[in-house]
Design a protein around this ligand. Sequence first.
Ligand SMILES: Nc1ncnc2c1ncn2[C@@H]1O[C@H](COP(=O)(O)OP(=O)(O)OP(=O)(O)O)[C@@H](O)[C@H]1O
Length: 239
Amino acid sequence: MIRVEAVVKRYGALVALDGIDLAIGAGEAFGLLGPNGAGKTTLVRLLATLARPDGGRLCVGGHDTVTEAARVKRLIGVVFQENNLDRDLSPRQNLLFQARLHRLAAPGAAVAAMLERIGLAAHADRPVNALSGGMRRRLVIGRALLTDPRVLLLDEPTTGLDPAIRRELWAMIRAIRDQGCTVILTTHYVEEAEALCDRVGILTRGRLAGLGSPAELVGRFGGPRLEDVVVALGAGAAA
Ligand SMILES: Nc1ncnc2c1ncn2[C@@H]1O[C@H](COP(=O)(O)OP(=O)(O)OP(=O)(O)O)[C@@H](O)[C@H]1O
């Protein structure tokens, strides 16, 4: 579903991604871990067609993110860390705006179904301002799902949320994946990657220092926990 080949991304003299090769299968849940500034968000932005690589190429569903960006956009849903909802509007109005933007055939019905799916039907017409942080995250994810994407990109989906709400979002992300959507997420919470992801990639200084299932990585680099592997690779010890 996703192919990343020899991808390089620079910001001036800074090399944010330094030759990344990665393949992610359809229906896989994949996590990107690594220290601050490792390049996780940059990779997500490239996959989301929001930035272009300086070298190499990325394909989503067989389509190049640069030369076929419009095709790629139709396959993906993207959730960034900032909620960027219109907070004066209600969940229903926020979703309707998105549904109309994407020219969905029956926007009202699609939005009503999504409000049910994300558990916000009872709060559909209150202003977003009055919702809890967890409800807002569910709404942002629901907005990304409106177009029924085959790939969902989530940049730090649960940062800043309390543990109970985080678990609630994990259940939602698992359900999305169980419905066949490929899920790619970045996170600083190692337990989040362990709970949700089939495989994780550990990025350090723009390079993929480790790749495999959480159990494989612990076996290969020593643990006892995945968190120890992330810290060791982040410090350059085992890379
Ligand atoms: N628009 C930009 N202009 C200049 N430098 C940038 C830009 N975006 C990212 N960078 C730099 O590129 C590097 C990788 O950043 P990126 O945000 O991808 O890392 P990250 O792994 O997502 O970090 P974090 O965990 O802190 O979110 C960092 O050094 C960052 O400062």
